[in-house]
Write a protein that binds this ligand. Sequence first.
Ligand code: TXA
Ligand code: MG
Length: 331
Amino acid sequence: MQLWTVNLNTPDWQNAPEAPGVCAALSAGGLVAVPTETVYGLAADATNGKACAKIFEAKGRPQFNPLISHVPSLEEARVHGRFDALALRLAEAFWPGPLTLVVPKNEASPISDMATAGLTTVALRVPAGPVMRFLAERTGRPLAAPSANLSGKISPTLAKDVIDDLGAALSFVVDAGPCTVGIESTIVGIVDGTPRLLRPGGISREDIEDVLGTKLLAASPDMRPDAPAAPGMFASHYAPNASLTLNAQEVGPEDALLSFGPEPIPGAEHAQAEFNLSPDGDLAEAAASLFQGLRTLDASGAGIIRAQFIPSFGLGEAINDRLKRAAAPRP
Ligand code: TXA
Ligand code: MG
């Protein structure tokens, strides 16, 4: 595995000597860890079925769970998917940014069935993080990239997290520092003219509904390839090694505390470890630090992580979605 450390504040980072090697690795079907504004992605050429198969293998991910393809522009996205008026409006409002759109796949799109899990729809995103856009543009290929963690485990927001989990499977890791949003993209499906929220994420439901002028409906079961089989059960995902409980009212000396806001809960000062997602109670800050908080508390060795209540509006909906899945019974 080779490392490319990118300083996005230098104007000519794209001309670094590592750039051609990273592009060549992708074009040859290799796996490259690439940062986006949400989380680090495990990227491969989406048009190369074998390369996409390596993603599933490295993550231990079930092959029925399709991948998001990252493209440099809306224009390029329209090569692969059919955008109706509402899908176009969302793309124009939020791209580049943490929004993924699931739309009908164009017959002519070269994105492989391995990336879409054989579905007639395709998940597309133009990320704000410039490294993924640059690599998609320079290689001339859509880049399939799930989060660069082992399937079911905590998502990575630092290059170090990726190297810990997946280092051996990678040709390159691109390190551009911490991800600013810190939680995965919001996924909206617009397949039959009706916008549906498939996954809450880095753009709030409220902001999307403002642009649409209508409410987002819930996902229909056929649009959630990774959905739990039984309604009301959360599939386990984002799981730390410790067990996780939600809405903590107090915390014991052997427990770790994932806190939020300025008010300590009873026992907080004696907890084995504490990580405050946002002492000011700011939901964007909490989203950005969520996965590092879980990783840090897991490393404390505590058997139980207790998470404090987090309100469910704005980015709180996505934070609570991740916490509920992290707390769900493990397979
Ligand atoms: O922020 C993100 O979205 C990150 C970065 C790397 O872009 N990626 C990410 O990918 O979170 P992943 O694979 O962890 O999650 C992709 C989700 C999965 O839940 C998958 O089921 C869903 O997107 N998905 C992909 N294609 C789909 C499709 N055609 N229909 C419905 N859901 C789809
Ligand atoms: Mg993931």
